[in-house]
Design a binder for this molecule. Structure first.
Ligand code: ASP
Length: 312
């Protein structure tokens, strides 16, 4: 039994491994681990107290995938609810659909009994938004952003990839050998309203298949969507590659992307035998894992794979 995660999953991984040790499923462990990250007030890129889109609306993306059945549930651009990963799981458990976006996701969350929040923005985030956006745009533009007809220009400036990114990935394998992957994020800070990243897109930011392995991505979601990166890792595992080879190949595929906007990518992976791996196009990035035999998690360097970066 093992849980693998992006390093910001450290607030929940012990709880997750305890669930596995007590006979719980990979799905339960992934959901519970991610819920703790979503509620972590110090993480401004996942769940509550996170950076909103350019208009100041917090829009959450999340997905969960069951490696036993390949069933998935996901929500995208959802406002007003904190429990993104649990709502994604309810999509999987309740509906014949796999992905709900925007108002539909919010309506569904309310139907499922999740509590609508009056205000998802905290003062800390409101102040950070003002300070960071005003560094990129004149105060009069900031004051009237909601009626701007040129929001697209400001998004390109304010979404500088080096400034504010983050997502949580959690992969687990339970006592029955079942794999599950969960991904949750507030997406890029200052993204265009309605922008959806890779986190709720199955095959892009999330994939799990008991037969071969599982993978989750953080970083520039547009690249993981274009490269079908999480699925690529699992596909390379299926083709006989080791975890180390599969992660490097999926990263190298991203090096072939063209276009004007390319930045960082990070992958965590787990094969069906329980071997973890981490990969990043940014030096000195880490990931974490904990098995049922370990009393605490291990933080390990990701394999660095250089890929093209350009912006604008
Ligand atoms: N992958 C996320 C997104 O594109 C952001 C991140 O991981 O930094 O929405």
């Amino acid at each position: 039994m093992i849980i693998v995660g992006s390093t910001n999953a450290d607030v929940g991984i012990q709880h997750g491994i305890d669930i596995l040790k007590n006979g719980g499923s990979a799905m339960d462990a992934v959901e519970a681990t991610i819920r703790l990250v979503e509620d972590n007030p110090d993480d401004h890129t996942v769940g509550h107290n996170s950076y909103p889109n350019i208009l100041g609306d917090l829009q959450l993306d999340a997905s969960i995938m069951d490696g036993a059945t390949l069933e998935t549930g996901a929500i995208a651009a959802m406002q007003g609810f904190r429990e993104a990963i649990s709502i994604a799981r309810r999509v999987k458990d309740t509906l014949p659909h796999v992905l709900l976006a925007g108002e539909g996701a919010e309506r569904f969350a309310a139907e499922m009994g999740f509590e609508k929040q009056a205000d998802m923005l905290t003062d800390e985030i409101r102040e950070a938004r003002e300070e960071l956006l005003k560094a990129d745009m004149p105060p009069e533009v900031f004051a009237d952003l909601s009626s701007s007809a040129e929001l697209h220009q400001w998004v390109t400036l304010a979404s500088d990839p080096e400034k504010t990114r983050g997502t949580v990935n959690v992969l687990a394998q339970d006592h029955e050998g079942n794999l599950c992957t969960g991904v949750s994020t507030s997406g890029w800070a200052w993204k265009y309203p309605g922008r959806v990243g890779d986190s709720p897109i199955i095959g892009a930011g999330n994939y799990a298949d008991n037969r071969y392995g599982a993978a989750g991505c953080t970083g520039m979601g547009e690249m993981a969507i274009r490269g079908a990166t999480a699925h690529s890792v699992v596909f390379y595992l299926k083709s006989g590659a080791s975890v180390a080879q599969a992660g490097i190949r999926a990263m190298q595929d991203l090096d072939d992307l063209g276009g004007r906007y390319l930045s960082g990518m990070n992958i965590v992976a787990l094969d069906s035998g329980g071997t973890p791996g981490g990969f990043s196009s940014i030096k000195d990035r880490t990931f974490i894992y904990q098995t049922d035999e370990m009393s605490t998690h291990e933080e390990t360097m990701r394999t660095f794979v250089e890929i093209n970066q350009r912006w604008g």
